[in-house]
Design a protein around this ligand. Structure first.
Ligand code: HEC
Length: 706
């Protein structure tokens, strides 16, 4: 009967309809009618961040002739860049697996220069930001907590920027810089002479606040800062407990932003507040977490905002950069901004006012049963477009891959709680979350075709499970481990490999010194823990290695006190490692933003070994976005298991061409013209969390034969 409450709740609330915007604007010049853009100068392709290319040399009639034109092997890794390169005036700028920067001849792939910061990076680093005033060109490159400014022509680090050529994101957030962990995983955006950035922070407490900051592109000085966790006197302060602004964290922008330079507005989507899954110490709606912010790009002042998840206790971040779109309503064209979500929704707002273009309804959801926690009674959902991922996991959606797998899944499912949207995690009772922690939509972002009004969005459809458990009051090494490490490596230290390593089977190279260094520095998806005292660190490391847990002095056990903690990320997989739910496990949808209706939807990706046994087109987990062209094509890689790059007919979703990459490309392609030839380039590194698959770091460019 677990669904009946939820459905009653939905019906019981009178729909709260927001005003429908119908602000007329003049008819636009479609990009394809203007001069075709030959470069790819922005993360997101154009200044609209819509991953649209007006090039059409490669088109429906010849795409099946595409060939590898050049490759560039970074000779590094493994890392995990997830990079989408930039192309400006025949030069391609890319990030390498260890977060160095390379400039290549965009027509030949021949290296022009390479910048090494001296820090060996790992984990996500999705690209670069390019700025030019017409005379000089600069690149902004993130490595860990630093942003370096480079001469685009030579790769030379510009020493007059920040402190000796770089800025440190840990500074200026109103807390001790040495105790912050913040890295820039998605490149910032430019407005005039400002570089505007967010950053990735640890999502457990203590945690760096997600201030949005604008730096002077020349000097690196902070020009404005917007507090996503409002300080006393600021709008939204009363949606938190009194002292949250001092102790809470996150509400950060990690997925990227987009700027409307004409309007002077920067659109900034944010993620949840820390900690992700238990919010008794941040009761209230927690503005501006999980919010699409429209800020005055010049001053950082808030113009409007929309919070999609009130008091998030599911880590339902806005996971994608927004796209600037133009949609037709009756005879009017409206400048709008589209934002996709982990829950599988698209919100579309008029850019200047934030008025939704499809009505938004407040819907009721169940309360939390966890002591101290108060879930929001309602969440605002768009009435259109329909969600692009399934919303409720019912029994008839369990896997039918084999009878054994089905029986196993059913046995578990009966025991699990949840499976509906916004169902709070239970204490000591495994709770299903669907769509899972990684969407719905993810960081690749959507592509938008201004000619047709179609928005292309790829999505995961995986169920995950977890639960909360009570934190013991005792101060011990084990408690420190549970609070700081257990959410990823699990209560038993067995982790959730391959994403989160099993600490019970550590390679001998992980001696106490190596683990201590790792915990201090972080690596890949693992944050660093600058707040652990040396004594606490030694105790945790010793506990990891020996299981010994002696009681600690109170002042050594400095972790933030929360009554409950999250017990780890668990994918709902069958005993053979395949999703325990019925396909599709990954999809690509084309949604008409003029009407809110679907043009088409297809499964994206497959498992080669299942496909060879006849179980084709299951879809699979996929990370990295699509790009769409005036040549009638959607290009997308992203798929974790089949390692493909695909070209689809943008009107029908029909597969027109595909190739198997040497490594899976968890990255978005870039499309450009160089030397009279159109190229499609993608960075291939090997998929996330597949340790037995080939890994490397290569830019691969495709073009038609000469
Ligand atoms: C947010 C999730 C997360 C948290 C919290 C976390 N880790 Fe990790 N840990 C990871 C990931 C992901 C890796 C693999 C890193 C990589 O890509 O190199 C890792 C790697 C490790 C490794 C190396 C294991 C190997 O086989 O490569 C050790 C040891 C480790 N973590 C210990 C800890 C300890 C101790 C803590 C708590 C102080 C902790 N971790 C907290 C996610 C986490």
């Amino acid at each position: 009967m677990r669904f009946s409450n939820w459905i009653l709740g939905v019906l019981g609330v009178a729909p709260l309809l927001y005003a429908l915007a119908n602000t007329p604007t003049t008819k636009p010049t479609l990009p394809s009618q203007a001069e075709p853009q030959s470069d790819w100068p922005f993360y997101g392709g154009s200044s609209n961040g819509n991953r649209f290319s007006s090039l059409s040399q490669i088109n429906r009639s010849n795409v099946d002739k595409l060939q590898v034109a050049w490759t560039y092997d970074c000779g590094e890794g493994p890392g995990g860049t997830e990079a989408q390169p930039l192309v400006v005036g025949n030069i391609l700028y890319g990030v390498t697996p260890n977060h160095n920067v390379v400039a290549l001849d965009a027509a030949t792939g021949v290296k022009k220069w390479k910048f090494k910061s001296g820090i060996v990076g790992s984990g996500a680093n999705r690209g670069l930001t390019y700025w030019s005033d017409g005379t000089e060109g600069r690149l902004f490159a993130a490595v860990g907590q630093y942003i370096y400014s480079l001469e685009a022509a030579t790769g030379k680090n510009i020493q007059s920027f920040g402190t000796q050529g770089r800025i440190d994101l840990r500074e200026g957030v109103g807390r001790d810089p040495a105790k912050q962990w913040i890295v820039l995983t998605t490149p910032g955006v430019i407005y005039k002479d400002l570089l505007i950035v967010g950053g990735r922070v640890s999502e457990g407490l203590p945690c760096t606040p997600g201030d949005i900051r604008a730096y002077d592109v020349r000097t690196g000085k902070v020009r404005w800062s917007f507090h996503t966790i409002p300080h006393p006197g600021e709008f939204g302060y009363h949606t938190w407990p009194k002292f949250a602004w001092k102790v809470s964290g996150s509400a950060n922008n990690w997925a990227g932003m987009v700027v409307d330079s004409n309007l002077g507005i920067v659109f900034v989507p944010t993620g949840s507040a820390a900690s992700d899954f238990y919010g008794a110490d941040r009761l209230g709606n927690d503005l501006f977490a999980n919010t699409l912010l429209a800020l005055d790009a010049k001053t950082g002042k808030r113009i409007w905002h929309f919070q999609a998840v009130h008091h998030d206790i599911w880590d339902r971040d806005f996971p994608s950069p927004p796209a600037l779109v133009r949609v037709k309503r009756g005879r009017n064209w409206i400048d709008a901004v589209a934002q996709t979500t982990k829950t599988g929704h698209v919100y579309v707002f008029e850019r200047r006012t934030g008025k939704p273009l499809f009505p938004i309804q407040d819907r009721s959801y169940p309360p939390s049963h966890t002591p101290g926690e108060i879930a929001s009674e309602t969440q605002p959902l768009p009435t259109k477009p329909a969600p692009f991922a399934r919303q409720v996991l019912t029994e008839d959606m369990l896997t039918q891959r084999t009878p054994e797998a089905h029986d196993w899944a059913l046995e578990k499912y009966i025991l699990y709680w949840g499976g509906t949207p916004f169902e709070p995690f239970e204490v000591d009772k495994e709770t299903l979350i669907f769509p899972g922690f990684d969407g719905g939509a993810e960081w690749g972002g959507p592509a938008f075709d201004p000619e047709s009004g179609l928005l292309y969005v790829n999505a995961n459809e995986m169920a995950w499970t977890s639960h909360l458990t009570k934190n013991e009051k005792e101060k011990s090494a084990r408690q420190l481990y549970l609070r700081n490490c257990g959410n990823c490596h699990g209560d038993t230290k067995a982790g959730s490999p391959p994403q989160f390593p099993n600490l019970l089977k550590l390679d001998p190279k992980w001696n106490a010194g190596a683990i201590s260094r790792l915990v201090r520095q972080g690596a890949g998806r693992m944050p660093s823990f600058p707040n652990l005292s040396d004594a606490d660190l030694n105790a945790v490391v010793n506990y990891v290695l020996t299981g010994e847990s002696k009681p600690l002095q109170a002042d050594e056990a400095a972790a933030v006190e929360q009554d409950y903690r999250f017990t780890g990320y668990r994918k709902f997989l069958d005993p053979d490692g395949y999703p325990a739910i019925a396909p599709p496990w990954g999809t690509l949808s084309a949604i008409n933003l003029n009407s809110g209706e679907y043009a088409w939807k297809i499964p994206l990706g497959e498992y080669p070994e299942l496909a060879s046994k006849g179980m084709k087109d299951t879809g699979s987990e996929n990370y990295g976005g699509p790009a769409v062209t005036a040549g009638g094509l959607v290009f997308i890689a992203a798929t974790n298991y089949d390692r493909k790059l695909r070209a689809l007919d943008k009107s029908s979703g029909k597969l027109l061409w595909e190739t198997t990459l040497p490594f899976a490309a968890n990255a978005t392609p870039a499309i450009y013209m160089a030397d009279g030839r159109q190229f499609v380039v993608v960075c291939a590194e090997g998929s996330k969390g597949r340790p037995n698959e080939p890994k490397g770091g290569m830019y691969i460019a495709y073009a038609l034969p000469r």
